[in-house]
Design a protein around this ligand. Structure first.
Ligand code: AMP
Ligand code: ZN
Length: 470
């Protein structure tokens, strides 16, 4: 399989260090609020990557952290803590907030058919590891104490800006968002490994350390949790593109300084989901969560299909119109699958040909959009019904959009909606969403529009029925 590696800026053949086995690490969520659907785009694409590696026969061990301490709003000693902010907002303790939003995160993942990684480790359960690695970095001359905090000294490295997309000048105050002056630092890029003194509100959670009572920085947790479970060498590290700098850059700096050798070979970064207004945010504009989509009448798997329809290295714009299009496509796909008769022998030649098309797409830097096209090719194929169903089942082990299950549910009540033009199908989805949101005036006006276009929409016990006017 060829994967784009952010380290080399190149599509490279993915070759794990140990034949047949892959060690994979994913940056987990900061559990101070619900995940937005942008965060979940990253987890969906990482899930597809993991499942595809398994599909090709590799034995994957995947580890993910839960950031329940140490993630400041900016990187130096310059921002208040997201967890503390969450606790204040909801009048709860930090640990209560962490537990609630960790559960909420995995509930969202389940709805999106995202598999839980083999190991999930909260940062608060690895404090001893962080202290041990920080102490070793001081001993090796890579870290120093200043103003009560321990900093990593980036000037000790031959090359710090490993991804090549940021430079020293970008760290001038006012150039990059979140860069503020921290007088303790020897170099602009230095970052905190352990805090005992913050200029800002203090943490609720603190631990004893050789440098006083305090708490860890954010970056050290991923290095330590990865090394704890996956050892000194990592094959594949994943995260959203915003994590490349400073988070992943700092992870590499401290891990390699600590280990004394190269650490991770492949870096997989998922580009952002944006809104039509720009960057997705938990605090500005509509807070887009899986629950919100459900409230508006969307199946979470439609959102998964929406994500798979575009390449992970392109930024993707979310709008309800785009999601409606995905909903229509999903519905059509499912109703076509529901109409396949489970009959005939498996046509081995056609089966192998289409599996090959699927793997060609996925081997090409995880081209999920192309893989979905192959799914349509299966439907168009002359092969027996059983061949088609077997192929769809195989593809869905990786895509995980619940095609066979949704088709079984639709079953015999298939309503002929494949003959309905896309425009009408889109209006029907909008009407459904309006009904679900109890906006009946809007639902009625959409029905009138559908009627003007020559279709009748009725609610029956089997669901929404649409017929062309005679
Ligand atoms: P956080 O909970 O903020 O630590 O982020 C969790 C994951 O979501 C990280 O891998 C981020 O890089 C990723 N992420 C953040 N914003 C977006 C976005 N708009 N689109 C895709 N991924 C994102
Ligand atoms: Zn991380």
């Amino acid at each position: 399989m060829k994967l784009f590696n952010s380290l080399t800026h190149d599509k490279q053949e993915f070759i794990p260090r140990t034949e047949g086995k892959v060690s994979m690490y994913t940056c987990g969520p900061t559990v101070y609020h619900y995940a937005h659907i942008g965060n979940l785009r990253s987890y969906i694409m990482e899930d597809v990557l993991e499942k595809y590696l398994r599909f090709t026969g590799l034995d994957v061990t995947r580890v993910m952290n839960i950031t329940d301490v140490g993630h400041l709003t900016s990187d130096g000693d310059t921002g208040d803590d997201k967890m503390l902010k969450g606790a204040r907002r909801e009048h709860k303790t930090v640990m209560e907030i962490a537990k609630f939003y960790t559960d909420a995160f995995f509930a969202d993942c389940k709805k999106l058919n995202i598999k839980t990684p083999d190991v999930v480790e909260p940062a608060t359960s690895c404090i001893d590891e962080f202290i041990r690695v920080t102490a070793s970095l001081i001993e090796k001359g890579y870290a120093y104490e200043a103003g009560g905090n321990i900093y990593f000294d980036t000037s000790k490295l031959e090359k710090y800006y490993v991804f090549g997309d940021v430079s020293e000048e970008d760290l001038e105050v006012g150039v990059r968002e979140g860069v503020e002056e921290d007088g303790n630092k020897r170099n602009k890029a230095d970052f905190v490994l352990w805090f005992t003194k913050s200029k800002f509100d203090d943490q609720e959670l603190k631990w004893e350390s050789p440098w006083g009572i305090g708490y860890p920085g954010w970056h050290i947790e991923c290095s330590c949790i990865s090394m704890k479970h996956l050892g000194e060498y990592l094959d594949l590290h994943c995260g959203g593109i915003d994590n490349a700098f400073p988070h992943h850059t700092n992870e590499i700096a401290q891990s390699e300084a600590y280990l004394g050798h190269e650490w991770c070979n492949y870096w997989f970064h998922v580009h952002h989901l944006n809104t039509t207004g720009g960057k997705m945010s938990k605090s500005k504009g509509e807070f887009l969560t899986v629950s919100l989509l459900e409230e508006k009448g969307y199946d979470p798997l439609v959102y998964r299909m929406f994500c798979l329809s575009s390449h992970y290295r392109r930024s993707l714009v979310f709008s309800y119109e785009n999601l409606d299009n995905a909903a229509v496509a999903y519905k059509k796909l499912v109703s076509k699958i529901a109409r396949i008769n489970a009959e005939g022998e498996i046509d081995k030649k056609e089966y192998d040909r289409l599996i090959q098309c699927f793997t060609d797409a996925m081997d090409n830097d995880l081209n999920t959009a192309q893989a979905i096209t192959v799914l349509y090719d299966v439907l168009k194929s002359e092969a027996s019904g059983n061949t088609k169903l077997a192929l769809i089942k195989e593809f869905d082990k990786v895509l995980s959009i619940g095609l066979i299950e949704a088709a079984a549910k639709l079953g015999a009540e298939s309503d002929g909606s494949e003959d309905i033009p896309a425009e009408i199908a889109q209006l029907i989805e909008q009407r459904k969403a309006a009904r679900k949101a109890k906006d009946f005036a809007l639902a009625d006006s959409i029905r009138d529009k559908i009627s003007e276009l020559g279709y009748i929409v009725e609610e029956t016990r089997q669901g929404t029925k649409v017929t062309k006017k005679a």
